[in-house]
Ligand binder design. Structure first.
Ligand SMILES: C[S@@+](CC[C@H](N)C(=O)[O-])C[C@H]1O[C@@H](n2cnc3c(N)ncnc32)[C@H](O)[C@@H]1O
Length: 268
């Protein structure tokens, strides 16, 4: 097994997100098969304490999915907030600009390691499912703290160490299939609190209860082949994986654990 730090290799991450196709494929698995029908994005969106005239920055916005909930709400749009969506990938920034033209939201190309704003600019900063891609998490969090106002809040969602990826790796180990171990464990629900406490005064963890129940296993195998950390996976193993996961079905469903949640960090 080759053990390389794929998930936080900057050029690989850039390449992965240069097109939105793989991200869409992975999102659709969650949408189709999640047991908790509220949806992780909606759950996250409902946590944010929006208020009038707030200045909001999202880092690593991806497709900017969260903001569809914002556009659905006349109440929130009435708050006249200044919202900036951003990503360091040109592909994602293009996608955001196309998706949210003239909707009162700014779109900027921003690397979390170098946020081009002055000290204490934002009331609320969001960075979901992206910190584990960043090589130097301490520097990223210090940049977030720098541009956050006193009394401001930082919301960052991530995954845990007992979820989908661990389930998949243990299956690949069982089957003797070699894979490149993507280390997405640099910022998890387990270690995030400690990392955030170095920069923030108050940190709270919130969990989202969920799992996948999959009847069409082919969708799961396509998902596996779309993953950044498994780009080298042998295409000839497709049927081996399909047979393996089909035998794991119970009452017609392959059940896969998920462990997702978020931290809320405050600056005093
Ligand atoms: C898994 S996606 C998450 C997208 C979105 N936040 C969500 O929760 O659906 C990670 C995103 O972070 C972006 N990203 C990775 N490293 C970054 C960095 N150093 N600065 C800004 N964005 C980054 C990627 O381009 C990608 O769009």
């Amino acid at each position: 097994m080759v053990d390389i730090d794929n998930m936080s290799n900057r050029s690989l991450v850039m390449e992965q997100y240069s097109s939105t196709n793989n991200l869409e494929l992975r999102k659709s698995l969650h949408e189709k098969y999640s047991v908790n029908k509220l949806g992780f994005q909606r759950w996250m969106f409902e946590q944010y304490p929006f208020r009038t005239k707030m200045k909001v920055l999202e880092l690593g916005s991806g497709r900017g999915e969260l903001w569809n909930y914002y556009l659905e709400s006349d109440v929130l749009q009435g708050y006249e907030m200044e919202i900036t969506l951003s990503d360091f990938s040109e592909g994602m920034v293009d996608h955001l600009r196309r998706s949210f033209p003239d909707r009162g939201m700014a779109v900027e190309k921003i690397d979390i390691l170098e946020i081009p704003f002055e000290e204490e600019t934002f009331d609320l900063i969001i960075a979901n499912s992206m910190l584990y891609h960043v090589k130097d998490i301490d520097s990223a969090l210090s940049e977030v703290r720098r541009v956050l106002k006193k009394g401001g809040l930082f919301y960052c969602a991530t995954s845990g160490m007992n979820g989908m990826i661990q389930y998949l790796y243990s299956a690949l180990d069982e089957l003797g299939i070699p894979y490149q171990h993507g280390s997405n464990l640099s910022f998890t629900l387990q270690n995030g609190m400690e990392l955030l406490k170095k920069q923030f005064d108050r940190v709270e963890r919130r969990d989202y209860e969920d799992a996948l129940a999959i009847d069409k296993v082919e969708d799961y195998i396509d998902y596996i082949y779309s993953m950044t950390s498994l780009q080298g996976l042998d295409p000839k193993k497709y049927n081996v994986l399909l047979d393996h996961f089909n035998t794991k079905k119970e009452k017609g469903f392959l059940r896969i654990p998920k462990e997702y949640g978020m931290f809320v960090a405050g600056k005093q």
